[in-house]
Write a protein that binds this ligand. Sequence first.
Ligand code: DMJ
Length: 630
Amino acid sequence: MSSKHRDGVSINLGFVPEFDYKSSSSQSWTRSWRRLSSLQRTIIVLFVCIVALCFFYFHPTFQSNGSKSAKMVPINVPGDNPVNNLPHDSVREMEIEKAHKLEELKEKAQKQLENMMKQHGVKDDVDEDKVADEKNKVEENNFENTNKEKEKDVEKKVDMEGVKPELEYDFFDANRKHNDRQKAVIEAFKECWSAYKKYAWGHDEFHPVSKKHSEWFGVGLTIVDNIDTTIIMGLEEEYEEAREFATNGLSFDKDKDVNLFEITIRVLGGLLSAYHLTGDELFKTRAKDLGDRLLPCFNSPSRVPYSDVNLRSGNAHAPRWGPDSSTSEVTTIQIEFRDLSRITGDPKYKEAVDEVYTHVHDEPKKDGLVPIFINAQSGKLRNSGTISFGARGDSYYEYLLKQWLQTGKTEMKYKNDYLEAVQGMKTHLVRKSEPSKLTYIGELLSGRNFSPKMDHLVCFMGGTLALGYKNGLPEDHLELGKELTHTCYQMYAKMPTHLSPEIVYFNQAEGAPDDLIVKPLDAHNLLRPETVESLFYLYRITKDEKYRDWGWKIFLAFKKHARIEGLGYSSINNVKNAGNPSFRDKLESFFLAETLKYLYLLFSDDADLLPLDQYVFNTEGHPLPIYKSA
Ligand code: DMJ
């Protein structure tokens, strides 16, 4: 439209002498109108009709669900607008819908105009470009209105109220009773906590021999990973110290590259659990801040997350040591991100991790088993990769079952994938050793060649199988879970220190003198939790006291060989040398968050304490609520 006509409406249909609606006198209007031929008048009337029709049809005021007063959300605004935080797919969907709507509108208007022109005998002698221009303007106005409706829907979605925790258990009740075994575990926890407090407070990890500390994420990992441990054990003083740190000492605004999986299971999981157990909004705020800083990991071409991200800049990338992410790492963040969406009411976290799961679900597998590496660029599982229930594979399987449970057993795809994987595991990986016929889970090197190697990490699987059985899966899962856990216990019992090595090989040859082979480089013990975790599940599910006795023996072995008086516990170098296992000088945060927590729960007689039909434990031992639906 030229500047001359900016305040009015100018229509030039080519054969129509230019006429100006701005003429001031009604006389000149009438005169001009009369000067037009009837064909020209018809076309003008028709055009006005189309404009009016489109306006009434698409304006929100005249649509049944429209609300003119609702706040609109612009799509392309910088800053903190929630729409900017939507996963890319939501924005993409809106753009695609926008294009489709525009096309529909164009077609509709074109047809209406053609019909009317036909009825009035008008043919090709119209200036088509100008008609199209005017038509497009009308359509774009109409589209703006319908698009704003769509934006309102998005806003509604983002503003949903989060689900509040149900606080049914009084963890700090002075009348809570602890038996002697629990008291011993609490004592171990307190010793570690006070040494950490004295020498390493606010730092990630504590080195009890040198009394030094070190950073990994720079977020006070040992504290945040254990807020829920202090709550579950009813340690009010330690809890207050941890809360004070979360209030005044904890910041995620760090120029630090962190591993998405590790910080999710330990720190995000820890904060979420603390929120659910206390209802304290502080933990939710911190969890949301962290979740937002981790989301850039998902901006890969395949949407399979990069393994690392800078907490401040959001720069995400593959690990420094290679191009691939670990399969277990990209599939062991779903429970935490789904829970974050539930408590904040913002679906973006869940949507990001659901997409990863769906992607992995669609990838070809070997009877439900996955290789341990996946490429974030291409989204492909590395076909020649090792298949293992140990390092880099383990919790993929664990989270299949636990996602099914977390979603109130409503999302059958997780259950189906889990059942298929267990079947695949039985077919390809489960064997018995010689001479004692211990059941174990081996590995497939390059996805093909069986190796009788089992990481201690695999020992989570006995408990997971039992948990599946408790939730209606076949009884032979429980039997296999019992056998595996027995083997894991033997990995402790057969060592001179009564502590398990990090990795064992099982003898397959008939007539072999002993079932276990431990290579010198695999003889260390990092205070890992997987065996006592399985003992906890098996005791809860079978009530067989032997699981508690095994757990107690393991605890005593830790106390004997891994404790430094007054300074807590350290990982050790050699479980085969009871005289001198030698300290590695490191207290892993999971020793407190899992090993001691599961031991405490194993010894608990309190049936109301974190029941398994109400809570699902993430892979770092942080209990999160089971929802009634997805
Ligand atoms: C923990 O961080 C978690 O249990 C994880 O799933 C495996 N590694 C350690 C404990 O061994």
